[in-house]
Design a protein around this ligand. Sequence first.
Ligand code: SF4
Length: 911
Amino acid sequence: MDTPLAFPALHASHAGIWVGSIDGQVQTVGKGEAAGRAAETPMVMLNAPLVAQRLGYPDLSGLDLLELFAFVYPARFAVPTPKGMAKALGITPPTTDQDVPQFLLVAARTLLDVLDAPDWAEREGAWDAAQALMRLRWPWSNLILSRLKKPEKPERWLFSRLPEWEESPPRTPPRVVTLGAEAVQQRLASLVGGSAETRQGQRDFAQAAAEIFAPRARKGEPNMLLAEAGTGIGKTLGYLAPASLWATAADGTVWISTFTKALQRQLVREAQRIYPDYDTFKSKVVVRKGRENYLCLLNLEDALQGGFAGRAAILAHLVARWAAYSNDGDMIGGDLPGWLPTLFRRNGSTALTDRRGECIYAGCPHYKKCFIERASRSSVQAEIVIANHALMMVNAARGRDELNRPSRIIFDEGHHLFDAADSMFAAALTGQETIELRRWVIGPEGKARGRRRGLSARLADVASYDEEGGLAIEMARMAAEALPGDGWLARLAEGAPSGPIERFLAAVRAMVFARDETNATEGGYGLETELADPDAAVVDAAADAAVALEALARPLTVLGQRLEAMVSDPPDWLDGSARARVEGAMASLSWRIDTVRAWISMLARAVGPVDTEFVDWLAIDRFEGREMDIGMHRRWLDPMKPVADIVLKPSHGVLATSATLRSGGDWKNAEARTGALHLDKPATHFSAISPFDYTAQAEVLIVTDIKKGDAAALAGAYAALITASGGGVLGLFTAIRRLRSTYARIADRLARDGLPLYAQHVDPIDTGTLVDIFRDDPHASLLGTDALRDGVDVPGHSLRLVIMEQIPWPRPDILHRARRLKNGGIDFDDRIIRAKMAQAFGRLIRSADDKGHFVLLSSAVPSRLLTAFPPGTPIRRVTLAEAVASVKTGLSPDEKLRQDVKISLDESNPF
Ligand code: SF4
């Protein structure tokens, strides 16, 4: 049906602003005029927050095409650009910015016309959702309801449509099997494919990986292999071959843990080769993520029934549309478009997940349909579980199910194990952490919305049945009053802290301000000081704070004991679901008790001797000059020690692998970074070099004439190189400040040359979506920081130049200084730098056909750091002019997209 759409459309890029009217006219307008017209008449636009940013008018609203897409096609992938929308809708993309307004109208009409289509797969639930959205004055709702037919029968609501999971019997322990070399090679050959030739490096890798599945000789001594396999070896199939063979033969589960979502997605694709039949695949391969990734249905129900207001409520209804069609309910890396929460400025999306441990397990009416519970049950029966490093450690440290602990583990991206462990085993006694505990015990204060309840409301039945338990809950509630409450930051700033913990934080704040020496260089960001010779105010306040926390830990511990007694000698009323709820409460209680105990031991350090296992310091977290959090921090000097104890030693076989496992050092370094150093049985080692021809495929250019600290010259260099390359540039920064300043100086000019520039920390778009946009447009370039250094997997022409703004020196903070002292001083720094440079270089050459340059903008790069690059890679020290010329001549002359780039260095460096 050809339905007219009586609204104008607005498009804004760095190159200009265009308004298209309903009669097909397109006008170029200024920012003020565009904002004024948008305020008068609703306009169709694509990604309103991005348009608002381009216009410099944050309150802009309108008919966002992306919201309509999310309503019509929930759980479908689309890149949120005109080209991406055209691809998703099967219509012709616009060729110029000027064509975009009319394209938006065509795209909107195409989407609205779907509502009439008899084969629209996502129809169920649309009518009720549109009605609810109309009550919330969602701009699209009238247009939708004018086309949508009222269903003949009332629609089932989301919570009755979702399938229930089923409890399955406990799995018996795996059989003892030994994998034959021939069987491993046959499995590998079948995964690689009949016609494809398997490479020797991959065959050797598979054979080495098979060793971790051999029967373990002694308890506490897993078979551990450290394997460094250069990019292109094909290590995922290399380890999937023995892993899948063992899982089937032994009837066991292999856990594969990654650091990035990109690798998780790749693993899912590759695991399909093992189980080509979709139903078998679904039952054998499970992706597990932290519970904070998944939609909590109870939180959603609360949001739909008035818990959320305004735009957040609209988001909740669009999320509910998605939940009905989602594969797994994963809101972060699953099939919910990553751009959807950012359209609502993240307003409400985090409150839909279970972030603060408020799950009530079997007490929840949606327990049997809960996405989190389903994922956790399916992994019990799976052969391959794909997880991430953080989840592996959380499970090991706080897992509820001893029987289903991972026993065969493959850590891919093993060079990140140290960082994952470092965060997981960190402790922070800060205002934000303590107020969270207060809310968990007492419940939210004042007029807070949402369904969060305190301990006494959650365990009311326990309190009424068990007097001692009830008393413990009441004592804990009273003790939690000593924790910081709402407004604590303001009270500290005014010098009027309330209660012992706030007084401790106030003393910490004063000491940090007095002693910090980093402020001169950090301008408005974090302040910190060592916990050495604390002043008397900190010592006194720490002693009082420890007493207050002891008063809280005691009743929580008693409550834990009462719950345990109740489960082991259950009363009549404790049926299956009540028991599961009590067990859930026990798990979250024990985690809180551990936290409070860790805080007490940190406070003991403030008043007593140093514990050499830990690094302790005091800090004020700030963002652009604003104080965000204050407190005491503790990290393990070597976080791989607890990992070795709770993850490695209980397992039977562990493989840690990566292209840069030795991080530019030797095996000792790899052993330290993976925890193998702490095992009684030494790990075995394997290495295979990359089959890529780096001499022909890549070139490293070290640009020596950009002065450090010259922001204009830095921006000019980026502009010149991006222009020379015709886009396809990944620009990596070590400081957000420099990234923003570079972006602000060059984005408009590049856009006018047809070279769009996107940036993390600037564009209101999540990182995953930025990478999707970058991958989809060979003219686009992307600037970013750490997360892009090894989270980007863009093989082929879209990424042909990586620029690093300077040597990635480690941040010289207190924690780094302590580890540097212990681990060899400058050598330790060098290993970290080489690892970061190797990871950044690794973005460039992803396949045998990739070609490109790696440019380092640094006048002095010590030669000892250059071993970060693969052997054979040509490295030259050049001027910017020479680098630009190399990037230009490195281009293939017959490629259309590079022909129209006409630059001269002088022109492109006007800053
Ligand atoms: S079981 Fe827990 S996480 Fe799942 S829906 Fe209910 S409250 Fe949310």
